[in-house]
Design a protein around this ligand. Structure first.
Ligand code: SF4
Length: 223
């Protein structure tokens, strides 16, 4: 079995999805006006965090000017600006700020990954692209054997169900919903901390804090 380091090297070099390769590299070349001085990452974004993590967080895909720019999940955009303060309050993140790969942030007992590793146009990877990327998530699951998987958004939840061959008519996505799989792993659902959800109040700070409290309490309920 691969380790996280060799898996991440493989992910970073991946060019399986032509549409996404073109998009991520175009965005990195053209840049957003506010980031003209930045050197964009422009490649697949690997997972990051504690290699001994018991909690795996699964997001959707990199933001064009967030992690496609910084090279670290949820780093440098509004979603991360909502996520990391919550993880810091919950004791999983060493700091609330996440601006770049070398900002000193580290995670304890948590690893953050995504359903798709390349920034998609309109934040929408196709089914084929998600299928192409799924083996990387499967390998992370095998390596980490997490006790709790927090799915940020429906797409992450459905991807985890697919990997476990579970029909989603049985398990429903809903903020705060949790299910224990046959192997004892807990799935915990949360709305994605996208700007669309947080600016409209669909996802509030107290609602999000409850997710991380629940993730901690589920760690004590695994067997
Ligand atoms: S989305 Fe995944 S499978 Fe597709 S090119 Fe990026 S890393 Fe490779």
């Amino acid at each position: 079995m691969k380790n996280l380091e060799s898996l991440n090297a493989e992910i970073i070099a991946c060019r399986k999805c032509p549409r996404l390769v073109e998009w991520r590299e175009d965005v990195a070349r053209v840049k957003r006006k506010a980031y003209l001085e930045h050197e964009y990452w422009g490649r697949p974004v690997p997972g990051f965090g504690d290699p001994k993590a018991r909690v795996l967080v699964v997001g959707l895909a990199p933001g064009a000017h967030g992690s496609n720019r910084t090279g670290r999940n949820f780093t440098g955009d509004a979603s991360g600006g909502f996520l990391f303060p919550a993880l810091h309050r919950a004791g999983f993140a060493s700091q609330a700020e996440a601006e770049s790969r070398d900002d000193g942030l580290f995670l304890t007992d948590m690893y953050i990954t995504a359903s798709g590793r390349c920034a998609p146009p309109d934040n929408k990877p196709t089914l084929e692209e998600l299928n192409n990327c799924q083996p990387y998530l499967e390998q992370e699951l095998k390596i980490l054997e997490p006790k709790v998987i927090v799915c940020l958004g429906r797409i992450a939840f459905e991807r985890i169900l697919k990997i476990h061959s579970i029909r989603n008519s049985i398990y429903k996505f809903g903020h705060g919903a949790s299910y224990q799989l046959e192997n004892g792993t807990w799935l915990l659902c949360s709305y994605h901390p996208s700007q669309q959800n947080t600016s409209t109040g669909k996802l509030t700070i107290p609602m999000f804090d409850q997710i991380w409290e629940r993730a901690r309490s589920l760690l004590n309920e695994t067997h």
